[in-house]
Design a protein around this ligand. Structure first.
Ligand code: ADE
Length: 256
């Protein structure tokens, strides 16, 4: 996958050279190119923002540098344009299933806005050239699209084929689409067996695979009921067995 990121703060994307995405770049699974939007400004002070029409607080990113950036990176009539992502709190929520969709794409272009956002005509114009998706990383506001771009990239890159060491770990994780789908992941433990007076649950040391699986499922159900009851509200209730229902009843889950 190739990812172009356009930003006025290229250094913000430096963490991409570390961790997961750094490994992916090393393995040739991912290439990231970060572009400074100001290279496409034509005014002496290289300003990229201006006051909003209609009044109101804050500044809006002017469309011209974005237009030039798109002309440079996605030439008109070029073959196989990227999918453009615009991080914004008004976008479609980033979910695991959206990350999975994005992991199928061979080229992404992420346009990081600052201030009160980008002149709305930029997205409208970009749609005439490529698929464009406005994406929100959650119901809160961060200061710019860069941190959201990092989140999106991390979520997508770890799903790229040939990247994760142990693809099985994708199945059971919270928000995964495999076993335990729709539930939060169970708690995990490693050595030592006793640490600061706290023991690893005995069932995990028993070697009894079926009991371990059962225990983990109960932990997932309890955790989800306590922390994310909204996930249970859309859970496939038909897949709950009698013991699942008992566990959820113990947690006071009304649908059980
Ligand atoms: N920019 C500011 N807040 C954001 C959010 N929640 N998601 C994506 N981009 C953003």
């Amino acid at each position: 996958m190739h990812i172009d990121v356009i930003t006025i703060f290229p250094d913000y994307l430096a963490p991409l050279d570390l961790s997961l995405s750094g490994k992916a770049q090393g393995a040739g699974v991912l290439e990231v190119t970060v572009h400074d939007l100001r290279q496409w400004t034509r005014n002496r002070h290289r300003t990229v923002d201006d006051t909003p029409y209609g009044g109101g607080a804050g500044m809006v990113m002017r469309p011209e540098p974005w237009g030039e950036a798109l002309d440079a990176l996605v030439p008109l009539g070029g073959s196989s344009p990227p999918t453009m992502l615009v991080p914004t709190p008004t976008g479609r929520p980033l979910t695991q299933s959206l990350a999975e969709e994005l992991a199928q794409v061979t080229r992404l272009l992420i346009a990081c806005g600052r201030y009160e956002g980008i002149d709305a005509r930029v997205v409208e114009h970009a749609r005439s050239r490529m698929p464009v998706l406005e994406v929100s990383i959650g119901d809160y506001v961060v200061t710019g699209g860069e941190v959201a771009a990092l989140v999106i990239i991390e979520a997508v890159v770890r799903l790229l084929p040939g990247f994760m060491g142990n693809p099985g770990s994708l199945d059971e994780e919270s928000h995964g689409t495999g076993e335990g789908q729709g539930l939060l992941e169970y708690p995990t433990y490693t050595k030592p067996v006793t640490w600061r007076g706290l023991d690893v649950p005995a069932v995990l040391l028993s070697g009894h695979h079926a009991q371990v699986t059962r225990w983990r499922r109960e932990q997932s159900l309890r955790r989800t009921a306590r922390v994310r009851p909204d996930l249970l509200a859309t859970y496939d209730v038909a897949s709950l067995d009698p013991r699942d229902r008992e566990v959820l009843a113990e947690e006071g889950w009304p649908g059980s």
